[in-house]
Design a protein around this ligand. Sequence first.
Ligand SMILES: [Zn+2]
Ligand SMILES: [Zn+2]
Length: 131
Amino acid sequence: MLKGSCCCGAVKFLVSSPPTMMGTCHCSRCRKVGASTFVFVKRSSFELISGSDSITTFKPEAPYKYNRCFCSHCGTALGEVTSTAESFPVAANCIDDALTITNLFHEFVKEKPSWYDICDSAKQFPEHPHQ
Ligand SMILES: [Zn+2]
Ligand SMILES: [Zn+2]
């Protein structure tokens, strides 16, 4: 069981089975909201235990496909925690427990800022990965 929370503690959630994938997105949206590394969790394993009324959602324009949820008190980027999809991304920064998975890929590398060096050997994609 993994615990997750925002900076002020208003939003708290549990993830009951290990995240299936970790990825890092270098698009300008992820960069500006301050959450570039995310883990995918299954809807069935995700439980919001507090703060549903503190979550605000920002919907970016295409080609960026994921909505950005954040705590309306402290601004912590949460990922897409209000998604109804089978599997959705949660900001890795919000997970309070240690994670055993490591980064699988980098996406939107074409938008990566000049000051950020990719220091792992994970696959790189100019935009969303084509699978
Ligand atoms: Zn908060
Ligand atoms: Zn992104």
